[in-house]
Design a protein. Structure first.
Length: 155
């Protein structure tokens, strides 16, 4: 079986639409900050304040883009998971099962040591795309077990 790469669809679209809107909003807000604040102490927005507003917008947009980061790349030997923050590179031999339980927002891998690893790249909101991704990972796990029957006997 060839390697499989899966990324979420809907969340990525939303993030790529919202991030530039956030930057534009803060850029407009930064340009509108001018003159005095109206306070009696005479506070005035400086050019550095305007720049800071734009930079703040860029940082918030970068945070929004983090939700577009999840990805899973799997082949017959291992599965590499990249979530929003952090990731895992696991051999299939440590994976007990691929689970996509009803009501869960994303797929999970149940490991042999009873740990559970979230795979945020396969999200329930993607519906058929998520089902296809779950089936692909299950097929890769089955292919690994078929190629290594000695591991299946130990489990």
């Amino acid at each position: 079986m060839s390697p499989v790469t899966i990324r979420p669809r809907k969340v990525r679209r939303v993030a790529f639409i919202i991030a530039p809107i956030v930057v534009a909003f803060f850029a407009v807000l930064g340009t509108l900050l001018s003159g005095s604040t109206g306070a009696e102490d005479g506070g005035v927005f400086q050019p550095s304040d305007r720049i800071a507003m734009v930079v703040l917008g860029v940082f918030i947009a970068a945070g929004v883009l983090l939700i577009a980061r999840p990805r899973v790349v799997a082949d017959e030997e291992h599965v590499k998971i990249q979530n929003i923050l952090g990731g895992y590179d696991l051999p299939w031999s440590v994976v007990r099962t691929v689970r996509f339980d009803r009501g869960n927002p994303w797929l999970t891998l149940e490991l042999e040591n009873d740990d559970v690893v979230a795979v945020m790249a396969i999200q329930a909101t993607d519906k058929e795309h998520a089902v296809t991704g779950a089936r692909a990972l299950r097929a890769l796990l089955a292919a690994h077990r078929a190629a290594h029957p000695e591991l299946a006997a130990e489990a």
